[in-house]
Design a protein around this ligand. Structure first.
Ligand SMILES: Cc1cc2nc3c(=O)[nH]c(=O)nc-3n(C[C@H](O)[C@H](O)[C@H](O)COP(=O)(O)OP(=O)(O)OC[C@H]3O[C@@H](n4cnc5c(N)ncnc54)[C@H](O)[C@@H]3O)c2cc1C
Length: 374
């Protein structure tokens, strides 16, 4: 067993961390407050190759594994979690295209996603409940060479600005994923979600949206399996890593504050109660890190999404619960200052809360883990 990261991972971590220090740290709070998608920063990330960490080299990516990819997400999580969430969205599109069975779509769209020329969203959740995909009401009727799609999707990250959507829909009683271009759907409203505020989330409406049948992603009738695999390996694992990064960000804020803050003539780090709190935070963060890294490592060792599923679920469950314990503790250590936006942690707390349901709720994680045990 080897707990050392490889040279590639260390170099990548430093590159992302440098970028965050240089370009992101100073503007993150303001950009987040505005709630606008940070196009300029995303362009820079694309130029530096960060969007293509896991993309094949033939499309301009780096062809690296899940571990380096989640390390990059962890680094963004410390400073501006919305950017880490965007890395996830790009990878989700890449995963679906690489499993589409359509080389021409893969060759055309992956380079566009990596250059951030076009943005894709993934639309599975519906008003009837995200945890229960069998309640999917969106239909894709076959008419000649076309699918005709009708239905409504909710909570779709990037929907208000996306150029295309990968949509989970039912054809008769079978599930399909279909690639739908912007012209064919309406983004009807943006939700006012305060966490990950720079990643717009909204509703999508399909009213007799006509799409060529050649836009079917993956095998006919296998859409649900493909969707669940994409959610597990792209969304869920990255949400876990984002939780880890946000927890680290909160911890750093609290530690730096405690070193500076003097009471009774000495820094509050000398108080045992503060040390205990820091020790608990630090221990949970370490445990989260190794759960996340192990899940990524399993995927990189060739485990399929079903085999690695319980480990991914454990990472998400624990890292997201951890960050939701760590963020309030960091605020407590900082006393009244923890509540001031400019001190950074209150914003990270809002991001942490948003992670509870993104990528599947904590209860669904327990179901996946429980089923693997009994
Ligand atoms: C920031 C954000 C971004 C998102 N982005 C996307 C996206 O891009 N695309 C997309 O398709 N979706 C997206 N989602 C939706 C997300 O996947 C759903 O919110 C999630 O799956 C839960 O669905 P729901 O909100 O409908 O809650 P519900 O499924 O209605 O769940 C309600 C409650 O019931 C509990 N519950 C449900 N089933 C069980 C069970 N069997 N046992 C015990 N408890 C249960 C849940 O844990 C939860 O507490 C996003 C969500 C957020 C918050």
């Amino acid at each position: 067993m080897d707990f050392e990261l490889g040279r590639e991972e260390e170099v990548l971590r430093r590159a992302v961390s440098d970028f965050c220090e240089r370009r992101v740290k100073g503007v993150a709070l303001e950009l987040d407050e505005r709630g606008e998608f940070p196009r300029e920063l995303v362009k820079e990330m694309s130029g530096l190759g960060f969007l293509g960490i896991m993309a094949p080299k033939e499309y301009g990516g780096w062809g690296m594994g899940h571990l380096p990819w989640i390390i990059a997400i962890e680094e963004f999580g410390k400073v501006f979690p919305s950017l880490g969430f965007f890395l996830e969205m790009v990878q989700l599109g890449i995963y679906l295209l690489r499993n589409s069975g359509k080389k021409e779509l893969e060759e055309k769209i992956i380079p566009q996603l990596l250059k951030s020329e076009r943005i894709a969203c993934f639309a599975a959740t519906e008003p009837g409940g995200g945890s229960d995909p069998s309640s999917t009401r969106t239909t894709a009727r076959v008419e000649g060479d076309e699918f005709v799609i009708n239905g409504r999707k909710t909570f779709i990250t990037l929907a208000p600005i996306a150029d295309m959507a990968f949509v989970l829909a039912k054809t008769d009683d079978k599930f399909n994923i279909i690639l739908v271009e912007r012209e064919a759907f309406k983004s009807t409203r943006r939700e006012n979600i305060k966490g990950l505020h720079a990643m717009p989330v909204g509703e999508i409406l399909f009213e007799d949206a006509r799409v060529p049948r050649s836009n079917l992603i993956g095998e006919e009738g296998r859409g649900l399996v493909l969707a669940l695999n994409a959610i597990a390996t792209a969304t869920r694992l990255s949400v876990a890593s984002l939780g880890l990064g946000v927890a680290e960000g909160c911890f750093e804020h609290a530690l730096n504050f405690a070193k500076e803050r003097k009471l009774y003539g000495k820094p509050i780090t000398e108080l045992q109660a503060i040390q205990f709190s820091l020790a608990e935070m630090n221990t949970e963060i370490e445990a989260s890190r190794w759960l996340c890294y192990k899940a990524a490592w399993l995927l990189d060792r060739g485990k399929n999404p079903r085999e690695a599923g319980p480990d991914i679920a454990r990472a998400k469950l624990f890292a997201v619960d951890t960050v939701n314990r760590v963020a309030p503790k960091a605020i407590q250590i900082m006393g009244g200052y923890g509540n001031i936006t400019e001190y950074g942690v209150i914003k990270l707390l809002l991001d942490a809360v948003t992670l509870f349901s993104a990528g599947g709720t904590q209860e669904i994680m327990k179901l996946i883990i429980g089923r693997s045990i009994v």
